[in-house]
Design a protein around this ligand. Sequence first.
Ligand SMILES: Nc1nc2c(c(=O)[nH]1)N[C@H]1C(S)=C(S)[C@@H](COP(=O)(O)OP(=O)(O)OC[C@H]3O[C@@H](n4cnc5c(N)ncnc54)[C@H](O)[C@@H]3O)O[C@H]1N2
Ligand code: MOO
Length: 420
Amino acid sequence: MNTCASAPEPASPLSVDAARAFLEQAGRAQALPVESVALDDALGRVLAEDLIVERPVPPFANSAMDGFALHGSDLPAAGERRLRIVGTRLAGAAATIPVQPGECLRIMTGAPLPEGADSVVIKENVRVEDGHAIIGAGERPGANVRPAGEDFRSGERALGRGQRLGPAHLGVCASLGRSTLAVVRRPRVVLLTTGDEVVMPGQVPSAAQIHNSNAYSVGALLRQAGVERGAHRHVADDARALRAALEAAAAEADLVLTCGGVSAGEADLLPAVVADLGTVDFWKVRMKPGMPFLSGRIGPARICALPGNPVSTFATFLVLVLPFLDALQGATSTVVLPAHARLAAPLRKRHDRTEFLRATVAPRADGTLEAVALDRQGSGMLRGVAEANALVRIEADQHELAAGTAVPVLIFTLSGSLSP
Ligand SMILES: Nc1nc2c(c(=O)[nH]1)N[C@H]1C(S)=C(S)[C@@H](COP(=O)(O)OP(=O)(O)OC[C@H]3O[C@@H](n4cnc5c(N)ncnc54)[C@H](O)[C@@H]3O)O[C@H]1N2
Ligand code: MOO
């Protein structure tokens, strides 16, 4: 092992909220450029334009049901009314057949309402005899008609910049006739895992080695956060190798993420190497797990150094790196759902850091959310994260929490359902 400059003295650790606010500001300041993509390629991307409606949706008043279009004033208050059927209008048919009082038109769902008509009676309520529709009492004037612009009016903003595009948003863009969209370029991220004790799955570990789980859990988190499947490299506990890997990564990435080598061990080289190559903005955050987190810059790239313990890696990613990636993309929504849940059991905390506990959050019979903290809370126990669907946040100054206390939770929306 060779060393370079000595590790910077960490200032007093930042609070979680201060660290997060710093990274959000840094992300906004490093805003990514805009590019145009085909609608088909826009899932998960962040919209970089306001979508103003030109043609209203629906563009014309149309029938919501298969039935008969007619004048509302022809509907009988009692008894029956006989209206002459003047034709049929299918969805997509441009030619209009005007309907006079005393007449009606067979109409299909989605077909434009004919001139004169303002109501539709569903076919199940109509008897047809001898070219006439027989309509009974109890029908409502104006029923079963979808007015033009009922979904989106012309001139209004259908979607705003910053929207992360999900399936329904793509449908909205398509119904407005858009085939391409201005979106934010995907963040470029290089992930460097570190440590002589770590080998990739498929490789045979020595008696003192383990498999690299962070490369996969963080790799997957990055993809869920809208990052292209990024480059991953593993770096040995060697200052020269680490320096070369960081320099190369910073030259190609918006964000360099590292895992491990950032605390107090003799092979924890990262703080010194980052300080030597660029600047350390902060090192250590008052959170558990995740205390040794460091962030700084190397050239134009941001670096976030995550602690190596797999749960610390996961928690610092969700709590600190995800807000940075969202800010970098100007996104107004994210892939974790912030909510509140009531603790199922009392909790005691002995330290003064903000704690993020692994928990299952599920709805109770009364509709409120309940959080059950898992037994496995060790920061090396990835099983605890795999069995959880949320992180429960306990504030730095909270030490005794009664059952039923409402606490903030971060629900992993992509982990599946809201049940354990
Ligand atoms: N004397 C002190 N010791 C430690 C402190 C401290 O403040 N003083 N902090 C502890 C805390 S808290 C954490 S968290 C860890 C973080 O340490 P590092 O970020 O330096 O990470 P490493 O030491 O390299 O690794 C920690 C742990 O995680 C395993 N690991 C690392 N990379 C991977 C990977 N890619 N996949 C799976 N597992 C990985 C590694 O083998 C270690 O077991 O430090 C405490 N110590
Ligand atoms: O911060 Mo460490 O993540 O408590 O184990």
